[in-house]
Design a protein. Structure first.
Lengths: 241, 241
DNA sequence: TTAGTTTTCGCCTTATAATCGAAAACGTGA
DNA sequence: TCACGTTTTCGATTATAAGGCGAAAACTAA
């Protein structure tokens, strides 16, 4: 049997959290599992996981979904042999979907340490999801999927710090993203906090489509020569000795 | 039904090539397909694809295998609905496995342009495999899977150029890989070619395990402070003013 | 010995990230 | 209204790594 699962991640309360539901029946009753379910006959895996998220946990605000990996160990679940395609899902920090009673957000760090206990191999899937997110935050504009449509650099810095698990310099974040052209100022400013301070400028991401600015520019192809032959007059119109 | 497929790549004759077999029966009779087959009940997908490669095309010299992606469009194959887990496989350039009559190597570039015509969505899988290889060559030591155990920089440069599809500077390749610590001199030298020249030093890869030296060191965590508090005496045993 | 070939190494330039500190822009309270 | 604390923003500087170029090294063949 083939099923799909999603590790849906969101930054809440300054921590990266994952959406889990508590199993009511055996096997692994009482343990916490990722949302998902059986693959339908007339849908592909990504359509299926989005459908099931919408149906089961009312998550329609998923800003980004991507395939993580297939888990297929014959004994990964007792009883029936089940192959699963695992996904990473990201939800902006402003979203607060209504959840069923058996469903809740849990800090990823806690879940990876057994609190709450996770069902089957779902803990491993959560770890893969977190690692993938951390890697992609470094070299893509995947941050758009964690951030609101408009945000200040400070706000974005908090999101990155929560997701990456370490401190992040606002100055550096600002310029690294700007250089890549994924950060666009909207012109507006946010109101200062209660203790004053300079009002922060608002930004948005250039595109929501995982645009990557030359991924891993290492061992890149040689620069095309400016004008190997002919067309030289174009580059040199009226030069004087 | 679930099946596994592998795009097995190797550099031959200075070109990146892929292993294909010609289908004898409908559907898509006469077109060229990737090796693979049905997932067994007691094996995971990676075990399965390695088994089938060994059984069907006598490829036991696969140096590296990794999951690419699940392809699951309901209509990706006529007749029966089939979900496939696609793999990337890499074979060192020195290997020359015995192949069945219906099986042959084809340049990836040609296959992607319809020569020979590929079956089902296998052309798309080949493209994904090539792109993945190119990306990973930039920031991992995946080159070990294309290269012999020992090699010269010139030889490695040819392999990289063939796989990446553009010229590669031997000087730069040498230093980029050395800096990462994945290139280890063996001490030996290769015999000069028929037209003379300085004999080249032999190298090997440091590890065959996809060791990555700090992947994408962007937005990296701040350096740990030398000695924030306590334990200072350890770092400073018997210092005099 | 000389010419030709190939490899290897050092120096320089460029590109990008990280760090530091000062200036700008706002509230608050004397 | 005028210092003061706070937060944001920007410029200058440093650090690191990749890319390019040419000279020197090490060999073969005439």
């Amino acid at each position: 049997m083939h099923e799909v699962l999603a590790a849906v991640l969101q930054v809440r309360d300054g921590q990266l959290q994952v959406l889990l539901w508590q199993r009511g029946i055996e096997p692994d009753a009482g343990r916490w599992a990722l949302p998902g379910g059986r693959l339908g006959d007339s849908e592909d895996v990504q359509t299926s996981v989005l459908r099931q998220l919408a149906e089961k946990v009312d998550v329609r605000e998923v800003a980004h979904v991507e395939q993580l990996q297939v888990f297929s160990a014959p004994d990964r679940m007792p009883q029936r042999r089940t192959v699963v395609t695992a996904f990473l899902g990201l939800v902006p920090c402003v979203a607060d979907p209504v959840l069923p009673d058996d469903t809740a957000w849990h800090p990823v760090t806690d879940a990876l340490q057994g609190s709450p206990p996770t069902a089957f191999d779902h803990g491993l899937i959560v770890r893969r999801a977190r690692d993938r997110l951390r890697a992609k935050l470094s070299y893509t504009n995947l941050g758009f999927a964690l951030a609101p449509p408009e945000f200040t650099i400070s706000r974005l810095r908090e999101l990155y710090a929560a997701a990456l698990g370490h401190r992040v310099s606002a100055t550096n974040l600002q310029r690294v993203l700007s250089r890549r052209g994924v950060l666009v100022p909207t012109g507006g400013t946010a109101a200062p906090g209660p203790s004053g301070g300079r009002p922060a400028a608002l930004y948005r991401f250039a595109e929501r489509g995982m645009r990557i600015t030359d991924p891993f520019a290492v061992l890149r192809p040689p620069e095309p020569q400016h004008a190997p032959e002919g067309a030289v007059h174009l580059a040199d119109p009226g030069a004087a000795p």
